[in-house]
Design a protein around this ligand. Sequence first.
Ligand code: ADP
Length: 545
Amino acid sequence: MGELIRILAVARGQWLWMAGGILLGIFVIVANSLLMAVSGWFITAMAVAGVTKVSFNFFAPSAAIRALAISRTVGRYGERLVTHGAALRVLAELRVWLFRRLEPLSPGVLERYSSGDLVGRLRADVDAMENLYVRIIAPLCAGTLSIVISTLFVAWWCRSAAASLLVFLGIAGLLLPLIARRLAERPGRKSVELAGELRTLVTDGLQGGAELLLLGAVDQHVERVDEVSRALVAEQENLAGGAAFNVAGGVASAGLGVAAVLLCGAAAVANLTLTGPHLVMLLLFSAAAFEAAGGMPGALQLFPAARESARRIGELSSSPLPVPDPAMPVPVTGDWGVVMRGVSFSYEPSRPVLHDFDLEVPSGGKVALVGPSGAGKSTVAELLLRFREYEGSITLGGTELRRHAGDDLRRLIAVSPQRPHLFNTTIRENILLARPGATTEELRDVLVAAALDVWVAGLPDGVETVVGEGGSAVSGGEARRIALARALLKDAPLLILDEPTEGLDATTEKRVIEQLRNYVRGRSLLLITHRPACLALADTVVEMG
Ligand code: ADP
């Protein structure tokens, strides 16, 4: 329950809309029941008046019927408009809130989740929150309040009929839903889990399709998908069974409820405490009142799945920040010298990556970091960027990195990583991310510096070529050079280049190194490389591993 309340608290700006939707829901249920009631009474009273030849004013009831019919229709339209509007607004707020919470978790926490599972799961979980209001909260609130109103209305005419109506409304609106909820608890939870697993398997299988083909493992993978899919269908069948039980139970209790009102009402008619037309009125009113209870079983059946989704959203969004900012961050000053002293770090406690590591990059200095793969070179860059917490001391311009806000630091550091992420947009926009206000000349210069100019000129759409999801439409080397161009365009005094010339032929590499010389002038440079030609850019070489 706490998780759901937390989600609702995020959307507290929409509470008015949500309350409005519920009120309209009650209005529609009551208007519909009254329409039935007045119609039933009117027809019977007219018939009785005809038989007994008593004069009868039919203008007022027929006007009331027209008014109720119009109100019901307009009310239903308004209720749909407001409830769905509220649900969409809640979703919009939730998405923005969640993105803001998740974004800083990206380097240290989210990588623990496989991307297919994370994206698919989050989307499904957030979408499930649309149900939370439209299919759970609104029907439960409107249903409960309408049951109270309906019972009071019937009690006004006949207490015993109201009591029996309340019993059957309680069965339909409360007992059956509770049984349904019990039935849905396990399959609801299991189907959310299995759907997540299925999404991961399918995404993984599609993304790694080539590997599966090469390894002859397609059948094995398909079998896994089939297995999980069958398990999911089985759980969904259990859910559907519960839903069917609900519908059948609901219809049966409505029928029995109306029969009970008829029995009590008939007794009242015999006692002359109720007239015939009023009995018909109560019968039709009671039949319509079951509409109030109609949405409740479904709501309680969806409840466990919604709670599970809310729990997972809560769990992910409340993961502690891997590197929290200090309460009073110190502004970053104008000295860009980095000193690492006795730095230790491990991703997993049992496998230290850096142990008592020292490194110095003087302000404006150029340091190359060399060493075998896995020695921890990229990790050093991650620590400088404050994506991970470290032991020991790392200072920038004499101030410990922990005392700066992470975003302030990252604003001053440009990075060209070994495995960059490209956004699914054009080459130009991918590069301009580093400095949106850069001129066409500046863009052209960094394209030349990253040896992309000739390749880009040969593309039909030039810099407007879209690189595909995660850079899937360009080669790994091209993606890395786009990231290099992006890093060079950023106006940052400290530059970290991770294998900037990897995959280039000797001539192009020479050209890139010449160009880089201009770009690194006046900046501090940390160069991670194992290419001898690249070392020409550095004035100090530090060996790792
Ligand atoms: P290098 O850049 O020198 O090749 P890295 O800094 O990338 O080395 O990696 C150092 C070690 O840390 C490697 O053994 C690697 O497997 C491990 N490692 C790197 N990133 C992670 C991570 N996100 N989670 C767990 N281990 C990691």
